[in-house]
Write a protein that binds this ligand. Structure first.
Ligand SMILES: [Zn+2]
Length: 469
């Protein structure tokens, strides 16, 4: 068997389904008719890079060691002097593979003949089989990115999609992992409902069509799995809270990109997506402090943050298995705890910040997923805990209100749309399969174990997902 995974980065389930319904994506329409189109949940933060750990390791970002597209290294053992800050936006993207946990193998390590294109994570992918990662391509992509050339990304998508199809035709690898960034780039610039986004989806559809036609002609289609999935959604943003500047105005010494080396030892602001942010507090402390230890000094800041229109949810880790979550608009607070396999949601003083309708005690992660199904925060219990548990996470985790994000400066593309947050528009993604699954897919973390099953490989223990095959 062989497997092709097409990542339509940033595609929303409704946008993809709508384009199929409107007849714009004939190859996807055939896949849906013969197989299945599901809506599954991504991860928090819902941002490219961290949200690829489910596809490639079967792990949540917190478990995988990639808690954000930017994070601050309190341990000082991973990111370097002088700022100990990590950003996978730009040159430090090359560190992402080494930052991943060595505990589990990547899809590329499971399938050494795999090829990949434009993937932000490529551990185990041989350089000669990793397309879009040489210096010449890197310069072109950087040029396209930093001058905000949205059409340029569609040219890149078309070129790499075609090149991947040709490579699959020629080399017949067991795994091909092919990323199309164009939907995300165009969505940021013009919004997810714009015709340019549909142009970007058509390019993904053309890639799928070409791979399928080749496989049918060569007699490989009967043994091929072809999946299309996204890593996060998108929603319109019209207001930008400059979180770093805000904290500076409140008199705090702040470390934030791009001027991380200028110092500031009270707080580090590490934004992802841009609708999510880690806040790291008291940067001179070398051991991670938890909220009970910080409350005396930081409670006024927590309250001032929640009073901002931009902040929808504020999560405060109390321990690696307990996180307090507070919501704006008088929705109150609750504790989210994990003990063994059980996930518990305990309202504080009648609060219901996640809108679950009261306390929840779920015997498994899947039961916790079900408990959040009807809410505005899909899989919130599991997602808050996986992130709070990461020793690389901040002491405050912020999820933005719809219409808002947390960076006002230094963005090459004008952001009229964002992602990263814990709410539905960012957390739900499509999963299109060329044959019906054995059970209903639930999360993007199901992709890796299902991929191993499809390839006839054993699924190791300790993953955050389960096979749908
Ligand atoms: Zn994006």
């Amino acid at each position: 068997m062989s497997l092709v995974i097409l990542v339509a980065d940033g595609a929303r389930p409704d946008a993809l389904g709508g384009a199929i319904d409107d007849g714009l994506l004939p190859a996807c329409a055939r896949l849906r008719a013969e197989g299945a189109l599901h809506t599954v949940t991504s991860v928090f933060p819902s941002v490219t890079g961290p949200a690829y750990t489910p596809f490639l390791l079967g792990l949540f970002p917190g478990t995988a060691g990639l808690p954000g597209i930017r994070w601050w290294d309190r341990s000082r053992g991973v990111a370097g002097w002088p700022d100990f800050a990590r950003s996978y936006v730009g040159i430090e993207a090359r560190h992402a593979d080494a930052d991943l946990t060595p505990r589990v193998s990547t899809l590329f390590e499971h399938a050494p003949d795999a090829i990949g294109s434009l993937t932000p994570l490529g551990r185990g992918l041989h350089p000669s089989r990793r397309m879009g990662f040489d210096w010449r391509f890197g310069l072109r992509a950087a040029w396209t990115h930093f001058r905000g050339d949205v059409r340029g990304w569609l040219v890149i998508d078309r070129a790499t999609g075609g090149a991947m199809a040709a490579r699959i035709r020629r080399d017949r690898p067991s795994v091909a992992f092919c990323v199309h960034p164009g939907i995300d780039k165009t969505s940021h610039a013009v919004g997810h409902t714009h015709d340019s986004v549909r142009d970007a989806m058509r390019i993904v559809d053309d890639t799928a069509a070409e791979i399928r036609a080749d496989a049918e002609r060569d007699g490989r289609w009967a043994d091929m799995h072809l999946w299309l999935v996204s890593d996060h959604g998108h929603s319109p943003v019209s207001r930008h809270e400059d979180l770093a500047r805000l904290l500076q105005q409140w008199g705090l010494g702040v470390t934030a990109h791009p001027w991380t080396f200028l110092g500031g030892h009270d707080a580090a602001v590490m934004v992802s997506g841009n609708a999510m942010s880690h806040l790291y507090l008291e940067l001179r402390r070398r051991a991670r402090p938890f909220w009970p230890d910080l409350r005396a000094r930081w409670e006024p800041i927590a309250q001032r943050l929640l009073a901002r229109d931009s902040v929808d949810l504020l999560a405060l880790p109390h321990a690696s298995d307990a996180v307090e979550v507070r919501a704006r608009d008088g929705r109150g607070a609750a504790m989210v705890r994990r003990s063994g396999e059980r996930f518990v949601y305990e309202p504080i003083d009648g609060g219901d910040p996640l809108g679950l309708g009261g306390s929840v005690s779920a015997a498994t992660a899947d039961a916790a997923h079900e408990a959040c199904r009807g809410s505005d925060y899909p899989d919130a219990l599991v997602q808050l805990l996986q992130l709070a548990a990461s020793p690389r996470s901040g002491e405050m985790l912020l999820s933005a209100t719809r219409g808002w994000d947390f960076r006002a400066r230094y963005e090459p593309i004008p952001h009229v749309s964002s992602h990263g947050a814990l709410h539905r528009e960012h957390m739900e993604v499509p999963l299109l399969l060329n044959r019906p699954p054995l059970r209903t897919p639930r999360r993007t973390t199901d992709v890796l174990p299902s991929a191993l099953t499809a390839l006839g490989l054993p699924v190791p223990a300790g993953l955050d997902g389960a096979s749908f095959l």
